[in-house]
Design a protein around this ligand. Structure first.
Ligand code: NAD
Ligand code: ZN
Length: 254
């Protein structure tokens, strides 16, 4: 069974990195971008999620897109998949999470080393003075919301058309190159340069294990194997199998 194999591979690894995407947060009620029920069925990314669209009409983008997302993300809680990764870190079996997500749920679950490749939606940044504020505290009664200095607030994330901050890019590349096992969870692996990180890991001879509801472009050529299913259930089962591998067996027999 692949679940037991993944548990054995994790137990044997010395430097495990997880790369996560929108799929890991679907169980927390945050829609993905692509595919069925995805945000792009409703919003044209170039009209709402590009820096040009935002700068051209921040009031519209806040009213129709970012404001809605704020309600969803402000109220989202980590699910069993986030909790499982936090537990892996506590067990000393997960070094770093690299996430494409902007929802802050890995930190909320308890992971301490999280590289936010696309920035975060949990903070807003002033487009004039760069001051940061918690998204939860942002007042939406007048749009676009503004900083005390009068500048328009924007999510502290990477809009389409912006560069990945070089600090995050370098840290993520180094983590990928230095790991001996990469878990690739809930990402369609279509967005570059994030999708290249498993390739870097693979070229450094790491094992690459995908956990996804469906196969991706990585599955055939980059991944060692795909554990197909929901991240919440699959990670829970892998942790159960890991417990069973310990010399003293599972903590609660039966
Ligand atoms: P994506 O939307 O392109 O793909 C989601 C992937 O998750 C798909 O491959 C799908 O098969 C898989 N999936 C669906 N349900 C799953 C489940 N329960 N368990 C495991 N896998 C599941 O997501 P992406 O690859 O992350 O790329 C989209 C971009 O959008 C990212 O760059 C990210 O920044 C952004 N985004 C973030 C959030 C968030 O912060 N939660 C939400 C939407 C989009
Ligand atoms: Zn300001």
């Amino acid at each position: 069974m692949l679940i037991e194999k993944a548990a054995r591979d994790l137990a044997a690894a010395r430097n495990v990195v997880a790369l996560t995407g929108a799929g890991i947060s679907i169980g927390s009620g945050i829609p993905p971008f692509r595919g069925k029920g995805g945000l792009w069925e409703k919003f044209d990314p170039m009209q709402y999620a590009s820096i040009d669209a935002f700068m051209a009409d921040p009031e519209k983008v806040w009213r129709e897109f970012i404001g809605e997302l704020k309600v969803v993300i402000d109220n989202a809680q980590p699910n069993a998949a986030h909790m499982a990764l936090a537990r892996l870190e506590r067990l000393g079996m997960l070094h770093t999470v690299i996430t494409q997500n902007v929802d802050g749920l890995h930190q909320a679950a308890g992971n301490t080393t999280v590289i936010e490749f696309h920035g975060t939606f949990t903070r807003q940044r002033c487009t004039d003075c760069a001051a940061l504020s918690a998204t939860r505290d942002v007042d939406l009664s007048r749009l676009p919301p503004r900083c005390w200095c009068g500048g328009v607030l924007r999510p502290d994330w990477v809009f389409f058309g912006e560069m990945i901050p070089s600090v995050e890019l370098d840290r993520a590349r180094q983590s990928a190159a230095g790991c001996d096992l990469m878990l690739v969870i809930g990402t369609s692996a279509l967005v570059q340069p994030a999708a290249y990180l498993p390739v870097i890991a693979r070229e450094a001879s790491a094992r690459v294990i995908e956990i996804n509801a469906e196969a991706t472009p990585l599955t055939a050529s980059v991944s060692d194997y795909l554990i197909q299913g929901k991240a919440e259930a699959m990670l829970d089962q892998i942790l159960g199998a890991l417990e069973a591998l310990r010399p003293d067996g599972p903590p609660h027999p039966g």
